[in-house]
Design a protein. Structure first.
Ligand code: DGL
Length: 271
């Protein structure tokens, strides 16, 4: 089998997609990775579909110019709203999205009830429910937007009682009769797993994290297509951001699980 040593491009509205990078690095250490976080315009979750599509195309175009072999959309909001647009615009590049991965991981559990939690835009798009029901219409799907979770994670408050209060605020309707699966349909949410677990302790609820699912899905996709890097690949990483807010490095460490030693600031104002 021949190898494809071009890098994998991964983008997110901000730094949450680093949770996908961290998982992918464990699974495929030889792959070169180029990450783009649109930190100047995060969050996407409260923007209109038109703007989310426009930003997504600019993000993907940046990675395409870097000569990537595939693009991983590590943002649930983009993955819920802009995949068709990206497919139309970038016909020659493989594109996989975190939504497809999350849906697959949920369905593999053969659960009869799933609660999907995500940003306002992700939930409003109804894309998770539609995709789950396209395969199995019998599954009960409840979708709940949790807009405070992103700022709580970004402020590093996941151990603070405010996390428990926000979990209670959004998820109390599930408390009495929890679903079998709670799907974390936002790349920020894996950092809130502890608070979520604690809230549903003693129930049968299982958490499915779309970021880990996305890395696994991308690995399978790469192997299936025969486009993996040679075993002796460098496993290099380049990180690009569109802004460097004050808390940027601290946040990056939280999502990636280690320091980000180098990054470059770029502008996407090209179209
Ligand atoms: N990364 C986004 C997502 O997964 C969350 C942050 C945002 O709203 O842009 O949906």
């Amino acid at each position: 089998m021949k190898n494809d040593n071009r890098p994998i491009g991964i983008f997110d509205s901000g730094l949450g997609g680093l949770t996908v990078v961290a998982s992918l690095k464990n699974l495929m250490p030889s792959e070169d990775i180029i990450y783009l976080g649109d930190t100047a315009r995060v969050p996407y979750g409260d923007k209109s579909p038109e703007n989310i599509c426009r930003f997504a195309v600019q993000d993907a175009a940046f990675l395409a110019r870097k000569g990537v072999k595939m693009i991983i959309v590590a943002c649930n909001t983009v993955s819920s709203i802009a995949m068709d647009k990206l497919g139309e615009k970038f016909k020659d590049i493989h594109i996989v999205g975190v939504l497809e991965a999350g849906v697959r991981a949920c369905l593999a559990e053969k659960a009869s009830s799933i609660a999907v939690i995500g940003t306002n835009a992700t939930v409003k798009s109804d894309a998770y429910r539609r995709n789950i029901h396209a395969v199995n219409p019998a599954v009960k799907v409840t979708s709940i937007p949790c807009p405070l979770f992103v700022p709580i994670v970004e402020e590093g408050l996941v151990q603070h009682p405010i996390s428990d209060a926000a979990v209670e605020l959004y998820l109390s309707p599930l408390k009495k009769n929890p679903p079998e699966i709670l799907l974390l349909a936002c790349t920020h949410y894996p950092l809130l797993q502890e608070a979520l677990r604690k809230y549903f302790e003693g129930s049968r609820l299982k958490i499915v994290d779309s970021a880990t699912a996305c890395a696994k899905f991308a690995e399978e996709f790469i192997r299936e297509k025969g486009i993996s890097a040679s075993e002796h690949g460098n496993g290099s990483e380049r990180y690009f951001v569109t802004d460097m807010p004050a808390s940027f490095l601290r946040q990056a460490k939280r999502f990636l699980g280690r320091e980000l030693d180098s990054f470059e600031k770029v502008s996407l104002d090209t179209n």
